[in-house]
Design a protein around this ligand. Structure first.
Ligand SMILES: [Zn+2]
Length: 398
């Protein structure tokens, strides 16, 4: 129902009516017995007006699609996924920490994604009202680019740079992607560079990738401060994670730890600004939170993934209190039970002594990621000019 406008064809304007509309426009209260006036344009269906049903219906006669006794909100934005490993669901070890999880995942990573798993993952996202994903892709990025485009699903294809071999953005992309970099596909408007993480990727490469995105005004994403092992590796070069990556010949023998926390290191390398999306951010002290706030970094929380793996939880209340723009992501099906963003929010609301309220949570699924990912001209709120894509707020939240 959320993507009604994609499956039905109206040549004239039409009204979508709902018992309540949470527009997520700052300062605007939910509209009871509301409606969206939608216009079919060559650029897809767009919202022409938002208001009470009676005020919009009065102007002229329009076909009405009545959604009934539901509250609608903007289409949801999943700020962090890895669709390309959807077929590996059920093969990983959970609850034992980051390295056991990683060790269980790595042997399977060469298996190319299969269409059935990709289709099911996409359907699962769409069925909860997700209309956009910031999808981080690795070695099968080219396949994902084709898949997402074919399905006309809103996305950033954030292609990860990985490895220490050469501090060069020309050589640390997945080989297939590097080969096709000059092709139309890789040069598409949905492509942006991303970094995997400090424990897996050369700092100079991450800087070059960030710099490329900055020039193109595209968002840069990086897994940051996800586990205590990452902090240990950067502070003194030791620990279980460092041992694993050395044994796998990823971390070079001459790797010299910078001697600082992941966030402080990212700041030193000038990777942090308002166009950066830092994913996870669990291992933070107050000075790290101050840096993230000062640099206006966007943080993507993946609470169910963190719980699945057993790496702890992000201090999101402190981040929120310090004004950090927070988004929610499901991460992949190798560290989560499904790709339903409402479950992510439900998880935060259910935490003991949770200070989360629905308004704050809804923002983390709509307006905040739209701003973080620079897609707020099309997504994030229900207001004139934006894409006519909405979600239905599950009853459990109302
Ligand atoms: Zn991830």
């Amino acid at each position: 129902m959320q993507n009604f406008n994609q499956s039905e064809n109206f040549s004239a304007d039409y009204l979508v009516r709902a018992a309540a509309i949470s527009t997520m426009v700052p300062g605007q209260r939910p509209i009871d017995n509301g409606a969206l006036l939608i216009q079919a344009t060559s650029n897809g269906d767009r919202i022409k007006a938002v208001g009470s049903y009676h005020s919009l219906q009065k102007e002229s006669y329009h076909k009405v699609v009545d959604l009934g006794a539901v509250t609608i909100a903007p289409g949801l934005i999943n700020a962090h996924t890895h669709l390309e490993i959807s077929h590996l669901a059920g093969l990983t070890v959970g609850g034992q920490g980051f390295v056991p999880w990683l060790k269980s995942l790595v042997p399977h990573l060469n298996q190319p994604p299969d269409d059935e798993a990709l289709n099911n993952a996409l359907k699962e996202m769409q069925s909860c009202g997700t209309v956009f994903a910031a999808d981080m892709a690795g070695r099968h990025a080219d396949q994902l680019a084709i898949f997402l485009r074919k399905n006309n699903f809103g996305h950033w294809l954030m292609v990860q740079h990985f490895g220490f071999a050469t501090p060069d953005i020309g050589t640390t992309l997945p080989p297939t992607m590097a080969e096709s970099l000059n092709s139309k596909l890789a040069n598409s408007e949905n492509f942006c560079r991303a970094g995997h993480a400090f424990y897996s990727t050369n700092a100079a490469t991450l800087q070059a990738a960030k710099s490329w995105n900055r020039q193109q005004q595209r968002p840069f994403a990086l897994h940051l401060a996800e586990s205590s092992g990452e902090s240990e590796l950067l502070i003194n070069g030791r620990g279980e994670l460092a041992d694993f990556f050395r044994a796998a010949d990823i971390l070079p023998p001459d790797f010299r730890p910078p001697g600082s926390s992941p966030v402080a290191y990212a700041d030193k390398l000038q990777l942090l600004d308002e166009m950066t999306l830092a994913i996870h951010c669990i291992e933070l002290d107050q000075s790290n939170i101050d840096i993230l706030a000062r640099r206006r970094v966007n943080v993507c929380l993946c609470p169910r993934s963190n719980a699945f793996i057993g790496v702890g939880r992000a201090p999101w209340e402190k981040l929120h209190k310090n004004g950090v723009n927070l988004c929610l992501g499901t991460d992949s099906l190798t560290s989560n039970h499904n790709l339903n963003l409402w479950h992510e929010l439900e998880f935060l609301l259910a935490e003991k002594n949770s200070i989360m309220d629905l308004e704050t949570g809804l923002k983390m699924l709509t307006l905040n990621p739209a701003q973080a990912l620079s897609i707020d001209t099309d997504f994030g709120t229900l207001e004139p000019g934006k894409k006519a894509l909405w979600s239905i707020v599950p009853e459990v939240f109302l």
